[in-house]
Design a protein around this ligand. Structure first.
Ligand SMILES: Nc1nc2c(ncn2[C@@H]2O[C@H](COP(=O)(O)OP(=O)(O)OP(=O)(O)O)[C@@H](O)[C@H]2O)c(=O)[nH]1
Ligand SMILES: [K+]
Ligand SMILES: [Mg+2]
Length: 364
């Protein structure tokens, strides 16, 4: 039996197994098996690599946004509207066959926007250019899932399933579980909260399925078996995703209103240039970039020119942005803002910056 068949067998079995206390362990085990086979599927296909089919697009700018969607939902039209790059748009499916980068300039940041070929059901298993498209999506800071307003619901759930099956978790936080494989000592299991979905026995069963017999496990959150499996498997990507319903010129006002109220959703029309500014605002929010202002000694901060960094950037990152050699001449920095207890506070290179902090760097 091939991997795909095995996966489909297990999926069928999960579907026909009633969910209750008695089947809890059986289901947990099936899910662990399923995750294992999917991981095997994800291993890069040798033939694709040999043909050089990957979309190797250089990362550039302050952040990267990937456009994912079914064919002809308007991805290329959107790229051409928002950036100075033109990407061919047409009424037939699979107009775009490769990855086309453009740049959105917004609030002083350069946001790389990637137009990609349309993907369809089965993409994760290699249908069309699915695998390559998904591989690019994994490298993004935010995914825009573009949906056709008239078929939004169906497209959304199909694509969510595709991305889910390759370990991309949309708008979810990493499960708060401490997991550490050990050399010996068996499995030590603890939790700081009451667990309603997992038990020590189930955790052990799942670990055994992965041939893990010694480990430390601490649940700090009431996680599901699937979330626990995510933690063991490890290579999950937790990705912010904005659902963008395009072509709202083709649906009723009531329908537009309903879609706009869905969580993480924005409605637009590229054709009629509707709501694009709001989409940018939302995108900016989802990117959650950190803007840092610099200040010279005895002068006011320069609020006109922010240094834009990804979340979790340190003082060292700030130095590298200002000048290549600044970090090596660094003595200390003074920081004003939410990242410090006092304003200003003297900090070193490893200090983590927060949004809208002000920094003054003192050289040796
Ligand atoms: N009515 C309407 N049509 C639109 C809108 N936006 C794009 N289109 C049309 O939709 C068709 C497909 O647009 P594309 O930009 O090529 O779509 P795509 O998602 O890039 O398609 P592929 O590259 O084939 O995956 C074109 O005929 C566009 O003119 C819109 O807001 N309203
Ligand atoms: K098209
Ligand atoms: Mg296109």
């Amino acid at each position: 039996m091939g991997i795909l068949e095995k996966i489909s067998e297990i999926e069928k079995e999960i579907a026909r197994t009633q969910k209750n206390k008695a089947t809890e362990y059986h289901l947990g085990l099936l899910k662990a098996k399923l995750a294992k086979y999917r991981a095997q599927l994800l291993e890069p296909s040798k033939s694709a690599a040999a043909k050089g089919e990957g979309f190797d697009v250089m990362k550039s700018g302050d952040a990267r946004v990937a456009l994912i969607g079914f064919p002809s939902v308007g991805k290329s039209t959107f790229l051409s509207l928002m950036t100075s790059t033109a990407s061919e748009a047409a009424s037939y499916e699979f107009t775009t066959l490769t990855c086309i980068p453009g740049v959105i300039e917004y609030k002083g940041a350069n946001i790389q926007l990637l137009d990609l070929p349309g993907i369809i059901e089965g993409a994760a298993q290699g249908k069309g250019r699915g695998r390559q498209v998904i591989a690019v999506a994994r490298t993004a800071d935010v995914v825009i899932m573009m949906l056709e307003a008239t078929k939004g619901e169906v497209q959304r759930s199909l694509l969510e399933k595709e991305l889910e099956s390759v370990g991309i978790r949309l708008n979810k936080c990493k499960p708060n579980i401490y997991f550490k494989p050990k050399k010996g000592g068996g499995i030590s299991f603890n939790s700081t909260v009451t667990l309603t979905q997992c038990s020590e026995k189930l955790v052990q069963l799942i670990l055994h399925e992965y041939k893990i017999f010694n480990a430390e496990v601490l649940f700090r959150e009431d996680c599901s078996p699937d979330e626990f499996i995510d933690v063991i498997v490890g290579n999950r990507v937790y990705m912010p995703c904005l659902y963008v319903y395009n072509k709202i010129d083709q649906i009723s006002m009531e329908e537009v209103d309903r879609l706009a109220r869905r969580p993480n959703s924005v409605v637009i029309s590229c054709g009629m240039k509707l709501n694009l500014e709001y989409l940018l605002e939302k995108l900016w929010e989802y990117l959650a970039l950190t803007c840092i202002f610099t200040k010279k000694r005895g002068q006011r901060p320069d609020f006109t020119d922010a240094i834009i960094l990804r979340k979790g950037a340190s003082v060292e990152h700030v130095c590298h942005r200002i000048h290549r050699t600044l970090a090596s001449q660094f003595k200390y920095a003074l920081v004003w803002g939410t990242s410090t207890k006092y304003s200003p506070q003297r900090v070193g290179l490893t200090h983590l910056m927060e949004h809208e902090d002000v920094i003054q760097i003192v050289k040796k």
